[in-house]
Design a binder for this molecule. Structure first.
Ligand SMILES: *Cc1c(COP(=O)(O)O)cnc(C)c1O
Length: 295
């Protein structure tokens, strides 16, 4: 997939950004309407490794990874199969409709079976065997190829002048890739999940060498994964009005909310130059009622 990296780095100002701190957004949301953000980076080496085989992957009903995989497979002419967690909804939401439209074959499985398949246990091995010609990408693209793709994010343009990098965290794959690519900057992950303290271990399992230049902050989940509060939606709307940058409610909106609150602590020393990674996910906003967001 080819995309332009022109204008991918957007410096921004807001009323709440102190004069002695610089901030910019790396707009990965602009690279493609569907294979958006970090998902493309997590997919690219997986698709390369898959060759011409069909792709099997996992996700929930609102998964950005499912849509991105369906779209990327369509672009590459590969067959894709999605194992979806939970019963088939009476009316499939935007994400599942989009994935089906893009040609992904969807199978709904109970949460129990889903977790078993995902864990790589006996059922997973049986399925692997029955589907021996499929290339399996774990949920969220959480594997070594996924992290390797994310190493390329910070070299899309010159980002060497930044002192800190902020990113949203779901599985930790993106964070691991950023840390693997980097020895100088402080990499700060904002967890979109509540109390997911196993994430640090997930990140470590993908690091090429131990590093002390990263951390995950767990206080900005706004109630938990995919949960949202009026404060979050207000922050997203304010941020869009001031900068023209749309964010998603599951990940990047929480990153901006965290950034704003961290500035108040103050977490960043004067003179810091902070790069926020816009990891995409905008399709997820389609499940909100019209009018809730101003963009
Ligand atoms: C999937 C996703 C993330 C989480 O990335 P991980 O590599 O799983 O931590 C962050 N932001 C957006 C928009 C996503 O869709």
């Amino acid at each position: 997939m080819h995309f332009s990296t022109k204008d991918i780095l957007q410096h921004f100002h807001t009323t709440w950004l102190p004069g002695d701190i610089q901030a910019a957004m790396l707009r990965l949301d602009l690279i493609h309407p569907l294979v958006q953000g970090n998902k493309w980076f997590k997919l690219k080496y997986n698709l390369e490794a898959a060759g011409n085989t069909k792709i099997l992957t996992f996700g929930g009903a609102y998964s950005n990874h499912i849509v991105a995989t369906a779209a990327a497979c369509k672009l590459y002419g590969l067959k894709s199969i999605g194992i979806i967690r939970g019963e088939k909804p009476a009316i499939p939401g935007h994400t599942l409709q989009k994935a089906a439209e893009l040609g992904m074959e969807l199978h709904y499985v109970s949460r129990e079976l889903y977790n078993e398949l995902k864990s790589g246990g006996e059922m997973a091995r049986l399925m692997q065997h029955l589907l021996s010609d499929a290339y399996v990408i774990p949920e969220g693209g959480h594997n070594a190829e996924g992290a390797r793709g994310c190493e390329d994010i910070l070299s899309l343009t010159d980002t060497s002048a930044f002192t800190h990098v902020l990113c949203a965290v779901g599985s930790g794959t993106t964070l691991a890739g950023l840390v693997n690519a980097n020895t100088q900057q402080e990499i700060i992950g904002i967890s979109a999940l509540k109390g997911a303290f196993s994430l640090e271990g997930e990140v470590e399992s993908l690091l090429k060498e131990p590093s002390s230049h990263w951390q995950i902050l767990h206080d900005f989940h706004e109630g938990g994964y995919a949960k949202f509060t009026p404060a979050l939606l207000d922050t997203m709307n304010d941020f869009y009005r001031e900068t023209g940058i749309p964010t998603d409610r599951v990940y990047t909106g929480k990153m901006v909310l965290a950034f704003r609150q961290l500035l108040q602590q103050p977490f960043f020393p004067a003179g810091s130059r902070v790069l926020l990674i816009h990891s995409g996910g905008l399709q997820g906003n389609e499940s909100l009622k019209p009018g809730v967001l101003c963009f």
